[in-house]
Design a protein around this ligand. Sequence first.
Ligand code: TXA
Ligand code: MG
Length: 351
Amino acid sequence: MKTRILSVRDDGIDAVSAAFSEVIESGGIAAFPTETVYGLGGNGLLASAAAKIYAAKGRPSDNPLILHIGKEEQLFPLIAEMTAEAEALIRAFWPGPLTLIFQKSEIVPRETTGGLNTVAVRMPSDPTAHRLLMDCALPVAAPSANISGRPSPTSFRHVKEDLFGRADLLIDGGDSAIGLESTILDLSGQVPTLLRPGFITLEKLQAVIGEVQEDPVIRPEHIIAGIPADFRPKAPGMKYRHYAPKAPLTVVRGSAAAVAEALNRIADEDTGILTSEEHAALFQKGRVLTVGRLKDPESIAHALFSTLRRFDELGVHRIYSEDFTEADIGTAVMNRLLKAAGGSVADAETL
Ligand code: TXA
Ligand code: MG
């Protein structure tokens, strides 16, 4: 497939937005930046656009897509019913990195929702995404713009690596501000349920609507124990191995000194070590990459996926990571890191 590339900086937002609308409205697919990660978009009301997205990513088609909108009025035709909780959350967090799940209306094809009766919707805050979605008359179905299973793309270079030749248009809008996918909250059942942790934390959601429960599959202990093959998580995407670098990854638990002692003993030049800037000096062996500062957890969220991809480029055979705190955005960081590790953890003492 012929892929066109446009950059917001070089080509200007007007030209980029016109090209984006043209691709979406004619049934094509286009990658675009958002504040979380890059998305691969298509017409959210057209079954054949969803099929193109699944094919380009190599993604199982039972894994539903999120619809992206630019204006609140675009939400109502997509959903069966608006609730007071949804209104409060939208007022507090949209535009922004929060995806809400509703009972869907008739106009949303089941091909887009992976066969479900519900639909996920979000309104990105990234200025480029917001402008593209305001100008486009259609809701845009968009998963992360990576080949299925790889870390989500947080810079244009990653998008090009994965999707050149597989999409009609790739839009360069610079690096993603947050670097981890949106928080997903399911409002379609009795109790609002967190299906994927993100920048908008459980505590922030509870502060607005009170009771929110967590889907058990997002808890670290469940990722480590593994989800049984016959279990059906509410967010179908959560059952797949995700975000993974090419080399096997293990999260090492213990004090920084114990982790460094163990890895200085077993690491060689083919071993990747993922650590914080504060702890980097403790490691004397292996290919050490820092992922941000412990005292600034958002910097770790921002760099996590790009650092996992960097290990692929270095060609390491094995990766070990330190364990990051689970406070605030750290919950989402550890969720992605443990999923990238396929639940593999080890204690520094026994390594
Ligand atoms: O930040 C984001 O959300 C990014 C950017 C591009 O907006 N998108 C993204 O999409 O992460 P994707 O497809 O990589 O992840 C969507 C997740 C999947 O785990 C999927 O199973 C879940 O959302 N999901 C989508 N619709 C759902 C629904 N109706 N019910 C339950 N889970 C749903
Ligand atoms: Mg994804």
